[in-house]
Design a protein around this ligand. Structure first.
Ligand code: DX5
Ligand code: ZN
Length: 211
């Protein structure tokens, strides 16, 4: 069954603890935390302190998506904060193989994210080091954007490349009941969703609709 990773970017930050607990009770499989630096992407969100706060509120795996220009400098910060899965963008990792080794040596699962314009071919020589591949189905930076259908081909290509017991395929951006079905049919294992999970405050029902 597909795993659902609600993005806390859409949460009400004035009551973050309650939001995290509510997502756990609603059946979330992990929590997706979007770290943005205002440089790699045109938006600024939060850093390790919020990750640590979320860590203190839940036992769910924390899936941290680094949308920053210098992820290598920050890997240890997020280990310290309690991240379980750390995802970096291929576009800003000139030594991607080494970055993945560092993440794994610290005891976290390693993910690589691809912008819509980035080909999955950049992963060709690191496939065996990946725990997750995060396919962006919007240009990263904001919640509430429209799903880019052409990215479904990338999901299928990643499924074809995958050997047994290797990476999971995660999809992020514009996921709703309709686009979720399309992604799962193409091979997605994990769906990130912000807007669709938080809509109307019906977290449990919203999560169910994505499965
Ligand atoms: C966008 C972030 C997403 C975002 C998804 O750059 O990486 O995780 O929270 O939000 P929705 O589901 O609203 O597209
Ligand atoms: Zn994300």
């Amino acid at each position: 069954m597909v795993l659902i990773a609600p993005s806390i970017l859409s949460a009400d930050f004035s009551k973050l603890r309650e939001e995290v607990i509510a997502l756990e009770q609603a059946g979330a499989d992990m929590l997706h935390i979007d770290v943005m630096d205002g440089h790699f992407v045109p938006n600024l969100t939060f850093g390790p302190k919020i990750v640590k706060t979320v860590r203190e509120c839940t036992k769910l795996p924390l899936d941290v998506h680094l949308m920053v220009s210098n992820p290598d400098d920050m890997v240890p910060w997020f280990k310290e904060a309690g991240a379980d899965i750390l995802t970096v963008h291929a576009e800003v990792c000139p030594h991607l193989d080494k970055t993945l080794q560092t993440i794994k040596s610290l005891g976290m699962k390693a993910g690589v994210s691809l912008n819509p314009s980035t080909s999955e071919q950049v992963l060709e020589y690191v496939l065996d080091k990946l725990d997750q591949v995060l396919v962006m189905t919007v240009n990263p930076g904001f919640g509430g954007q429209t799903f880019m259908t052409e990215q479904v081909t990338k999901i299928s290509h990643l499924r074809e490349k995958r050997k047994e017991n290797s990476y999971l395929i995660e999809v992020d951006g514009g996921i709703n009941a309709m686009t979720a079905a399309e992604c799962v049919a193409a091979g997605a294992d994990i769906l990130v969703a912000g807007t669709a999970v938080f809509a109307g405050g019906e977290y449990q029902n919203n999560i169910k609709l994505l499965r």
